[in-house]
Ligand binder design. Sequence first.
Ligand SMILES: C[S@@+](CC[C@H](N)C(=O)[O-])C[C@H]1O[C@@H](n2cnc3c(N)ncnc32)[C@H](O)[C@@H]1O
Length: 412
Amino acid sequence: MKKYRFEYFASCPTGLEELLGQELMSFGAQRIEAIRGGVQFEAFHEVALKTILMSRLASRVFKFLYQFEVNNEKDYYLEATDIKWKSLMDVTHTFRLTTIFGDLPGEREEFRNSQFANLKLKDAIVDYFRHHEGERPSVAKEFPDVSFLARIDRGQEKPYVVTIMYDLCGDPLNQRGYRIAKTEAPVKENVAAGILKLVKWDPEKEDLMDGMCGSGTFIIEGALMAAGIAPSFLKVERHLKNPDYKQWTFLNYPWLTKDDFLQENFKKLLNEISESTTQGLKKLETMKGHFCANDLSEMSLISARDNIKKARLDKVIELTQIDARVLNPNQRPTLFICNPPYGERLEHGEEEKLKALYKGLGDHWKHNFKGHRAALFTGNLDMLKVVGLKTAKRHIIFNGDIECRVAEYSLY
Ligand SMILES: C[S@@+](CC[C@H](N)C(=O)[O-])C[C@H]1O[C@@H](n2cnc3c(N)ncnc32)[C@H](O)[C@@H]1O
C-alpha cells in the first residue's frame, strides 16, 4: 500500500481546469497536472488550505491518503481493513463515503456498481473500529464530521487501483453562503467566476452588466473579484464568530489538529481574509455604478436583491427591471454578460420566443454596444446560431451535467 505525502486534488467544473491550474500556481502549488474535472498538485499543507479559502474556481479539495491495487471487491474490503482508520478519524466522528469510478473498462466482472463498492468500504471502516475500539462510528449523509472519497481506476499489476482521499471541504466551495434565494437554473458560483476569467474581464478597465441576472451570481462574483474579497469571506466571518461551528470538514482532521504550524497559518489566513474583506468593501464604495444587474422578472429581482444583500454588496450593485434588449451600456467600456433561459423543456411556440430573444440580443448589441463587449452563456447550442454576430471566441464549460458554451463578442 502506498501512502501519499503532500498530494492533493482540486475538483472544478469541466472546462475550468487550466484556469484552476493557474490559480493553484499563484497560491504556490507545484507539479500541477490538469485532468478532466480537476487538477492534481503537490503542495505544502498551507497551500491546500489557501486553496480551500481563496480559490474562486475549485469545487472541492481532496488530500490523497492511500492507494492500492485489488483484484475484486473482496480484496478491496480486506485491503481497506488494513488502513489505520483511527489515525484519520475518531470513533465518535460521523462519516460520509463517496465512491466514484474513473477510467475503468466498460466490460468488467467486478466493480460494476459504485454503491456496492461504497458499501464494502463502509463495512471495512466499521469492522476496523469494532475490532480495535469495540464500537463503531456512524454514517451521516449530511453534515458529516469526516468525509472520504474513493476513486477506482484501471490498475497496472492488478485490474483495479483504489485511491482513498480526505474531502477537506464538506460542503462544496462554490456554496459561498450568499445564495439564500434561488431562481430557476442558476449558474454555479465557481462557473460564474470562471466565465469572467475565461473572457478575461478586467474590473479596472470594464464595467460589468448582467442583463438577465436571475439570482445575481455573475454580478456578485464579479464584485467580489474586483474587490479582492475571498470567496469564503462569509464562512470565515461565521467561523470567527463561532469557531465550534464546523464550516469545513478539515477542522476535524488530524491533518489540522495535530499540526501546530498549520493551525497558526489557518488563524493568520482567517485574519487576512477578514481584513481584506473590510478593505475590499471600502474599495467597492469608490466603484459605484460599475456593477449593474437587471432582470425582467420580479421574482428574480427579489432573489437577486436578497443574495446581494447577504453578500453585503447592496450599496454597490445597481438593480434594474427592463427588457435586456433595451439595456444600454455605461459610459465606460462595459462587458454585458448574460445567461438567457435555455429552454430545456420547450412547450409549443416557446422555441420561436426563445429565438426572438437571442436574435434580439444580437441585434441590440450590434446597434447599441459599439466599443463594448458581450459574453453569452448558454446550454442551448442551437440558439447561439440565432444571435447572428461573429464570435470573437468560444469556450466549452459544464454547469453541473449540462454542456454549455460561452460566446464572446467584441462589438465594433
Ligand atoms: C437562466 S436564468 C439566469 C440565471 C442567473 N445567471 C443565475 O445565476 O441565477 C435567465 C433569466 O433571464 C431572465 N429573462 C428572460 N427574458 C428576459 C428579458 N427579455 N430581459 C431580461 N431578463 C430576462 C429570466 O427572468 C431569468 O431570471
